[in-house]
Design a protein around this ligand. Structure first.
Ligand code: MOS
Length: 743
């Protein structure tokens, strides 16, 4: 297949096809959209306390303020289905009602929306709304209400909350080397660069929303189930998204408020969450108590592994992130017991944040493994290799492939691991105590149902359409590459259109399944198009009969196969004036049931800790990853780097601080919610192993977006131990934690 070699676009480090639109400001983000009829602007009035009952809501002064059109409250809001109803397909599609009644669900929940001509007018008038709330007793902190712990129906992704293998208690009791550690991981907010924003407009019973959302199909159903309308009557447009990280998987308060206000006013309404809003009106990752118990032989073979967690779940919003997932898939052991429990709390929505589960599960299990290796007197890389499983440890299923050990070996080599001295405080450079650490990374690989279509127009250009989103990951670019390679043409000849619910429905962006699933659907659509066009050519000229659609190539204004050539113009006319369109789809088959599929990584870090102040400086962070076939070497590398920074941030910086007396988050801006800046991040080393998982999808690719975050945090925590002797129990690690360990 000559054209395949000439047009081997998949994997190439193609520049982002949407790059110039983004840097020149032509890319239309949700807040940029201007409907033909000028939109009114809504500003959220948040409850100062919750839960409780509204006893006074005086909007009189706000209503007469300049520019104010109306104030939406529970007393005049259009009808909605009760929050939490329609739970069948989960949290994204359930009702997300707001302003339902005088009941305040939690601190910061919307209790009014001031709608005015301008943002400034709406914000000004919002300050004039008088509110009194009679507080009710709230549950805020799971750790203070262990008696209320319950077992979630399942974990996000569908796995059971509990797993058992062998007799953990017995094996642990008999193990000669034991560890029993409690960890605390913090609340976190994704705080994407672009806060949530929605413009809603109604045409009779039909709702159109321009918004920033990761999964359009679920969001359509979510609007339908909230507003009591048909999914078909909702259109969502979301062509560009300024970061999601899970916070835009489903619809949130600004979206519902915009739809309600637009319905009420008969005019488009835009509501954008402010940075402060999103700490109560967007979702967050719950803090978790985690307990890990490990038992091993003196030779360092794991015999017993237990991982138990407790986190919060927002009332009527079922979600539990699979914190124990990496523990279930990483190490050989005779016995294993995992448990996840949740306490329902009167707090904002708890939901996915990048690598839900693994992000905070690898943070703990991979530091515990480091501690166990040390206890056994075995190098932590060697310890991991020694305990490598042949099959998935918890389920006993075979792996689709297993590259963890390759990542560890190659990573150790590249990092220069063998030169590591293993006693804390042993290495110093001036005032810097130097330490190095390693951790493994593992992340489940999923394939989801998706559809796509591709058209060929008379001018020889191809256009792909699917309701997939590009949340900054590079989806436009990789889909262009996949289509161009499958069609055997230059990428310039392909236009990919995304983010419109009028296009074929996909799984959207989430769970690192977007690229593989939607790429496979598009690949199948392109194959179908070639086959359809061959049939059309055969209908025109029977001499095409018997040729193979895999041999179809597009050469200038001609389509060729073997010895035959036909003008595209004439061929496409046969399909009508819009050209010829073919559809393709994908859904997971047995290979995702019979095999455990993961992507893999090994992270190595070097830190310096100031011997006087405890200041931690990340000096090196190096990752080796195996994530199936790489679709674009440049965007994949960027995804991995972004993940590694996210992971470093989890170890050292990020935490949302809740006042557990009121369930309120206190550090609601990026001045106080700490994320890394450039000076915090050293040169990152990223290596992607040549990999191809035939059981994953037709391309052999695997999810990569959430892999980088896994393992980066514990590699840093382990390096800090190597530098100082300090073992982290609470994350993020604070400088004052280190003071007692400084020389
Ligand atoms: Mo991801 S946390 O499923 O966007």
């Amino acid at each position: 297949m000559n054209e395949t070699r000439k047009h081997a676009w998949i994997g190439k480090p193609l520049d982002r096809v949407d790059g110039s639109a983004k840097v020149t400001g032509r890319a239309m983000y949700a807040e940029d959209y201007r409907p033909s009829k000028k939109a009114a602007i809504g500003y959220i009035v948040e409850a100062p306390i919750g839960p409780g009952k509204i006893t006074l809501l005086d909007t009189g002064a706000a209503l007469v303020a300049e520019g104010v059109l109306f104030v939406l409250t529970h007393e005049n809001s259009p009808k909605q289905e009760p929050f939490g109803s329609h739970p069948d397909d989960g949290r994204f599609t359930q009702s997300h009602a707001v302003l339902e009644s005088d009941h305040v669900r939690h601190f910061g929940a919307p209790i009014a929306l001031v709608v005015a001509e301008t943002f400034e007018q709406a914000r000004h008038a919002a300050g004039m709304v008088r509110i009194e709330i009679e507080p009710a007793e709230g549950i805020y902190a799971a750790e203070n209400h262990r008696d209320r712990a319950k077992t979630p129906d399942d974990l996000d992704g569908g796995d059971d909350s509990d797993s058992d293998k062998g007799d953990f208690q017995k094996s642990f009791g008999e193990a000669p080397v034991r560890l029993d550690i409690e960890y605390h991981t913090p609340d976190q907010h994704a705080a994407a660069m672009e806060p949530h924003a929605t413009t809603a407009e109604w045409d009779g019973e039909k709702l159109t929303v321009h918004m920033s959302i990761q999964i359009l199909g679920d969001a359509r159903q979510g609007f339908a189930n909230t507003l009591g309308i048909a999914k078909e009557d909702v259109r969502i447009v979301s062509p560009f998204i300024g970061g999601g990280f899970g916070s835009k998987l489903g619809i949130h308060n600004e979206a519902v408020l915009a739809a309600l206000a637009a319905k009420k006013s008969g005019r488009p309404v835009r509501v954008a969450q402010t940075r402060r809003n999103l700490f109560a009106n967007g979702p967050h990752r719950s803090r978790h108590w985690q307990q890990i118990r490990l038992g091993a032989t003196r030779e360092g073979r794991l015999q017993a592994v237990a991982h138990e967690t407790l986190g919060a779940m927002a009332k009527d919003y079922p979600f539990a992130e699979p914190v124990v997932s990496p523990t279930r898939g990483s190490y050989q052991t005779d016995s294993m017991m995992t448990r996840q429990r949740v306490v329902e709390a009167d707090i904002p929505k708890v939901d996915s944040m990048r690598a839900p589960g693994e992000a905070i599960g690898t943070l703990t299990i991979e530091t515990a493994i480091d501690e166990m290796a040390q206890k056994c007197g075995i190098d932590p890389v060697e310890f991991r290799l020694l305990n490598a499983p042949g099959r998935d440890p918890a389920s006993g299923k075979p792996f689709s492939n297993r590259r963890m050990e390759d990542c560890l070996r190659i990573g150790a080599e590249k990092f220069g691991w063998t030169g590591r001295q293993s006693s804390p405080g042993a290495e110093r450079e001036g005032n810097w105590l130097i330490g190095r650490g390693v951790a493994a990374a593992i992340r489940p690989n999923k394939l989801k149902k998706a559809a796509a279509e591709i058209s060929l127009a008379g001018d020889g250009r191809f256009t792909a359409r699917l309701d997939m989103t590009d949340i900054g990951t590079g989806t436009y670019t990789i889909l262009t590459q996949i289509a161009a390679e499958t069609l055997g043409v230059d990428p310039e000849r392909v236009t990919v259109l995304l983010g419109d619910s009028d296009f074929p429905e996909t799984c959207g962006s989430g769970g690192s399944f977007g690229a593989g699933s939607t790429g496979s659907a598009l690949l199948n659509a392109c194959r179908q198009l070639k086959s359809d066009l061959l049939a059309a050519a055969t209908a025109i000229d029977p001499a095409w009969c018997g040729l193979n659609s895999a041999d179809v190539v597009f050469d200038g204004d001609k389509m060729r196969a073997g010895p035959r050539a036909i003008g595209i113009g004439g061929l496409v006319t046969e399909g009508g004036q819009d050209g010829v369109t073919a559809k393709g789809s994908i859904e997971p088959g047995d290979d995702h049931e019979k095999y455990k599929q993961y992507s893999y990584g090994a992270l190595f870090s070097e830190v310096g800790v100031d011997a006087d102040t405890g200041e931690i400086r990340l000096r090196r962070l190096s990752g080796v990853f195996a994530a199936g076939r790489i679709l674009n070497a440049k965007t994949a590398r960027s995804q991995l780097m972004g993940g590694m920074i996210f992971g470093a941030s989890a170890a050292l910086l990020e935490e949302s601080l809740m006042d557990v007396r009121y369930g309120s988050f206190m550090n609601r801006d990026l001045g106080e919610y700490h994320i890394p800046v450039n000076r915090d991040v050293p040169r990152l080393e990223v290596t992607m192993l040549d990999d191809h998982d035939a059981l994953s999808n037709p391309m052999g690719s695997k999810g990569i977006g959430e892999l980088g975050i896994c393992g980066a945090g514990p590699a840093i925590a382990n390096a800090i131990h190597d530098a100082t002797g300090f073992r982290a129990r609470h994350f993020p690690i604070h400088l004052d934690d280190l003071l007692p360990y400084l020389p």
